[in-house]
Design a protein around this ligand. Structure first.
Ligand SMILES: [Zn+2]
Ligand SMILES: [Zn+2]
Length: 95
């Protein structure tokens, strides 16, 4: 089913956006209705349901969604290395 474009601020209730750890229960909009990813412009949610700006990551493009988070944590590429390490450990686990 095609989703309506999230460009118009929906009226009424917010049910979360595409940020990691976003609230998905219905809640009233926060002070900022729409917070967008700085990379892919997916809606992260409203100011009530997203993580703090320094912890705001995007589930759509798997990047930090704000300049503040990017500055604090560095590019997400670093986490690929971590994932590789995790994979290596998992590969050594006998099932
Ligand atoms: Zn994004
Ligand atoms: Zn919200």
């Amino acid at each position: 089913m095609p989703r309506p474009k999230p460009s118009e601020p929906p009226l009424g209730k917010c049910v979360g956006g595409y940020s990691f750890g976003c609230r998905t229960d219905e809640h009233p909009f926060g002070r900022l209705i729409n917070i967008f990813c700085m990379n892919c412009h997916a809606r992260m949610g409203c100011s009530l349901c997203v993580q703090p700006a320094e912890e705001l990551a995007c589930k759509m493009c798997h990047q930090w969604a704000t300049p503040a988070a990017l500055r604090l944590h560095g590019p997400m590429v670093a986490s690929d290395k971590v994932l590789g390490e995790v994979q290596k450990i998992l590969n050594n686990v006998p099932f």
